[in-house]
Ligand binder design. Sequence first.
Ligand SMILES: *Cc1c(COP(=O)(O)O)cnc(C)c1O
Length: 378
Amino acid sequence: MDAPIPFNKPYFSGNETRYIEQAVRSGKISGDGQFTQRAHAYFEQHWGFRKALLTTSCTDALEMAALLLDIGPGDEVIVPAFTFVSTANAFVLRGATIVFADSTALNPNLDAAALEGLVTPRTRAVVPVHYAGIACDMAAVLAIAERHGLAVVEDAAHAIDSFYDGRRLGTLGALAAFSFHETKNIIAGEGGLLALNDLRFAQRAEIIREKGTTRSAFFRGEATEYNWVDVGSSFLPSELTAAYLWAQIENLADIQQRRTSIWDAYYAALAPLGALGVGLPELPAYATNNGHLFYLVCRDQAERDALIGHLGQRRILAVFHYRALHRSPYYAARHDGRPLPWAEHYTACLVRLPLYYELDGVAQQRVIDGVLAFYQGR
Ligand SMILES: *Cc1c(COP(=O)(O)O)cnc(C)c1O
C-alpha cells in the first residue's frame, strides 16, 4: 500500500539542534539572548521593518498590537470573517467589537472595495490577512485607513517573504504580525514576530513585551531604573525558540524556492480544472506567491467533502480551512447579522493540498493524480 502523505511536515535543516545546544551551553536560555538579537537584526536589516520583536506566537504579536493601539470597549475593529480566530480574539480580549468583512470572489482576502462601508466613527483599526501569502489590495486598504484615521495591523501569519507591488508584506501597516508555528513556511514550533513600522510604538512595545517593565532598556543601560511602568505580559520567546528559528532563517531562500516550485507544479497540473468551475489560487498583478499553501475552491461543500474523502482513501491528507468567524459558536450572537457570502463559500468549498519542503515529485504526482481522478467525468 502507498505510504500516507501528510498535509504538513515541519521543515528541519539539521542545524536547529546544534543551535539549541549552543544556546544551552551559553548559559542563557531565557529571552533576548544572542539568537533573538540575530533574528531581530536580520528582520530589521533585510526585511525593512523599523523594529522587529520576536514573540511567543503570532497570536501574541496580535495581542501586543491591540495593547499598543489602546483598543478598548466601544472600539470597533474590522477583521475578515475568513481567518484564524486569533485575528479577532486579540481585539475581543480588549473588549472591542469585531466588524467582520467579507472575502473577495477572486480569493479569500478581505474585500477592500466594501471596506469603507464598514467604517463608523468608532472604528479604530483594520486587520488585513494576506491569505496564502497573497497580498490584500493594500493601496485601497491604506487609503481608506488614512482617510478615517484607522490603524492598519497586517496579519502576515502566512505572508513571510511575499510582496505587494514590490513592497514587502509586513512593512505596509503600522504594525504586522508573523507566525512561526510549525505549519508556516519558517518555523520554531510555536513562535511569532511583531514588526513595527511606526517607531512611535517602539519603546512601549518593548515594555509591554517584558511584563510592563523597563527591563529591556535597563539591561541595555538606557534606563536608570528597572520598574513596572505600564500594562504588559510575557510575550518574548526563550532562546531555545530563537535558536531553532535561526536555523530556519539561514535556509529561507532554499525553503522558498522549494515551496514555490511545488506550488507551481500543482498550479500547472490542476489549472485545467478551472474549465469545470473549480477555483484555483488567483494572484492579482500586485501580488507575489510565497508558496505558503495551495488550495482549490470546489463548486459546493458536498464536492469538497467528497474530494477530501476520495484523497483520504488514497492515504492523502487534504484539509479544509477556516470556519467563518461570524458564524462561530462564540461570535454568532455578537455579529451584526450581515450575511458574508464569500467567507461562507470558502468555509464550505476550500480545500488545501499537502505542501511541505520534503514533498517529492512522486508523492506530489500521487496527489495530482488523486485530484484529477476525482474530477474525471464530473
Ligand atoms: C497561524 C495563524 C495565526 C496564529 O499564529 P500562531 O503563531 O499560531 O499564534 C494568526 N493568523 C493567521 C491568519 C494564521 O494563519
